[in-house]
Design a binder for this molecule. Sequence first.
Ligand SMILES: Cc1ncc(COP(=O)(O)OP(=O)(O)O)c(N)n1
Ligand SMILES: Cc1ncsc1CCOP(=O)(O)O
Ligand SMILES: [Mg+2]
Length: 521
Amino acid sequence: MEMFPYASMRDSFDLRSYVVLGPDDTKGRDVADVVRYALHGGASFIQLRAKHADVRDIVAMAADIAAVIEDEGKADTVAFVIDDRVDAALEARHKGIKVDGVHIGQDDNDPQEARRLLGRDAIVGLSAKTPDDMRRAEALPQGTVDYLGAGPWHETSTKPDCIVVGDDGVKHTLDAATLHALHALTTLPIVVGGGVKAADIPDLAASDADGWFVVSAVTAADDPEAATRELVDAWQAVRGDTMHDHPAAALLPTTLPAALSIASTDSSGGAGVPVDIKTMMANGVFAECVICAITAQNTKGVTHLEELSPQAIVKQIDAVYDDIAPAAVKIGMVPSIEGINAVADGLQANKATNIVVDPVMVATSGAKLINDDAIATLTSRLFPMATLITPNLPETRVLLETIGSSIDPQDEDGMEQAGLAIAQHFGCSVLVKGGHGLADANDVLVNADGTTQWFRGERINNPNTHGTGCTLSSAIAANLAKGQTLVDAIANAKRYITGALRQMLELGTGSGPFDHAWMWR
Ligand SMILES: Cc1ncc(COP(=O)(O)OP(=O)(O)O)c(N)n1
Ligand SMILES: Cc1ncsc1CCOP(=O)(O)O
Ligand SMILES: [Mg+2]
């Protein structure tokens, strides 16, 4: 997971004076030293382009460059990106090195993948030389790319392969007229480079370019500071102090689908509302909660339980729906008839949809979590509202008993029959979870129309299973909130929980919890 403590520069980077450099370009001089000279000369953007270095060396160079930018008091104004290597940029950012993003070409990482990996705060620059490149960049989802790099203005030995060869087989450099046509195809700012020297700046500054980028004009100069200043001054002489606009996409607010957990707390954090929130967050939704009871609990058992009043439950549900209406709901432990009625009334009044009910009855520790007389209310009030209920085998047996069925869910055929009896009785889909069986972790989805789907899971020999049911049901609700089909929501939730169980987290002296943020470690 990325731990980047700096403000994003996506809405403040300055493309006007863009210096690209790496160890191959600086004539034996230290790259960070040349960056310092370029900054003294007025460089507004720095790119590390180290074509022959490995990730470790790139990250080490990036640390030196970021330190120089910081030392020069320009960390808030001069953006610093890494060429090509999204992996190195990620690693540097993870280490807290101020790398503001990447520059990628048409043959490098896919821009959407780079954006996904780096997150919404990073700058993603993309090379685009042809009308097709421009159109493809423009067709990307808004906010994928922040600027475009075009060229070459002249053929250049720094990157001989960057020359555009037309359909006629003739090599083309970029001129003001071609740039004008490219510019018309995009809303993104364009920085232009390739063989650019000080003498080119008046023409470039009079074109649609939003800035210049150079390698050799600065890195090969005996005095990189003076060379940078000459370029900066020549641009400023034509353009004055005007900077390019930033694409509005960088400023777009994010939004998240919300999912709601209606359940009870577990003070040990391994089950109930705390774990539902962790799971929902890990599965990419905004988690909300309605507390029905508080338990004093750890991996060894429950030592105290105190319910909230029905009024408090309804008020919480109303508050949630009145503002951030959840796209899916998971219902867990609601211990009493009054509580269950309050939940049903609250959800009905707010026209809740995508309801997943985990019919919590007994904790992994053996503690009873629902009053016996409340089971009938749970099934009669909440099941008919549910999209899905997720009983484990012991809960399936209790439910079969309540509907007077003698089916035994001891094997796959029995699980299917049991699921069908329950689904048809209550008019909702049922996921009969086989995790309490001995040999496997196969679950079956049975719909009220009789259709079934098996989800075959790897049985992980992990004794720590506290909160498994809560986790699976809230992951399913999170996936439904994201718009997934029921089948996809279950399949993805099972993948998530399998990954979590595989980590073999060891906490507590009883049946312990597992690591809900496993995929971010
Ligand atoms: C600002 C800027 N523009 C273009 C490029 C070239 O990127 P790419 O086409 O991926 O070629 P390489 O630099 O990776 O050889 C750039 N680096 N910077
Ligand atoms: C990286 C790159 N992309 C297009 S041209 C180029 C190299 C520019 O180098 P120089 O300024 O030395 O011609
Ligand atoms: Mg590249």
